[in-house]
Design a protein around this ligand. Structure first.
Ligand SMILES: [Zn+2]
Length: 267
């Protein structure tokens, strides 16, 4: 008998909860509308209002997308077309451990702004567009690849920054390509100094032995074709150290796909 009052008080309680929840949803909706009106999306680069994707048309036009002709090995754009299979001087003088590298854009002003917004200002909303451009630039690499591997941060740096920008770009490429992202296989076992301001030789020794795989992770990459994902390629020392660790674990091939790369030759 005493179940009835209990169940009716429950039903009153649940009706009150439902009404409160409806109020809250309406309020959230209204405040979101108010925010949409008050805060139009601004271009990440020039802060002008923009519709959609984070970069206005003028800044988009200033992004320097890397198109052929470029070095088939390193993806460095050529000033003129030297014919098929001609390598860049860089690829001949300093051949990296990875097989091929591709980048969506040159690392210039607008590209730097995008990378910094993603990396230091939590603009994860930029990752889908950046990942789309990367998937387009790296389609040869992604064709037949088994796994995407983001360049890992050391846990101490990951804490400070809250998320790994390479992982965010990797997830966007995963959605584009259907190739699985595995951020758990390659580990940064040693915190390294920032590479900024170091010479090529210093950069290489700074990251030597910084990356490792567990025995379980090694079994996951053995015989697999991998694509390493990062935001920027400068000298390639970090990516080279990652590729070496993956090749030691018997990956069949390692390619590199970045958002932007430093290019010395004029646009
Ligand atoms: Zn702009």
């Amino acid at each position: 008998m005493d179940t009835e009052p209990a169940s009716s008080s429950r039903s009153i309680a649940s009706r009150v909860a439902g009404a409160l929840s409806a109020c809250r949803d309406a309020w959230l909706h209204a405040s979101k509308l108010a925010l949409d009106v008050a805060l139009p999306t601004l271009c990440v680069s020039c802060r002008e209002p923009v519709e959609g994707e984070g970069v206005c048309a003028a800044c988009w036009a200033k992004l320097s997308f890397i198109e052929p002709p470029y070095c088939p090995r390193l993806g460095i754009p050529f000033v003129y077309d030297p014919g098929p299979d001609m390598l860049s001087m860089e690829a001949i003088a300093n051949p990296p451990a990875y097989t091929r590298a591709r980048a969506a854009v040159r690392y210039d002003d607008v590209a730097r702004t995008l990378v910094h917004a993603l990396k230091y200002h939590d603009r994860t909303d930029l990752a889908p567009a950046m990942g789309r451009w990367m998937a387009r630039a790296g389609r040869e690499l992604l064709d037949g690849a088994d796994l995407l591997i983001p360049v890992p941060l050391h846990w101490r740096r990951a804490w400070g920054r809250r998320f790994n920008q390479s992982g965010a770009l990797g997830r966007a490429i995963e959605r584009q390509s259907g190739i699985r992202l595995r951020g758990d296989l390659l580990q940064r076992v040693r915190a390294t100094e920032q590479q900024v301001g170091l010479t090529r030789a210093q950069r290489a020794s700074n990251v030597q032995g910084a990356f490792q795989l567990s025995a379980e992770a090694k079994s996951q990459v053995q015989g697999r074709r991998l694509v390493l994902v990062d935001d920027v390629l400068t000298t390639g020392a970090t990516l080279d150290a990652c590729a070496r660790a993956l090749l030691r674990a018997k990956a069949s091939q390692v390619d590199v796909l970045v958002f932007a790369r430093v290019v010395d030759t004029p646009r």
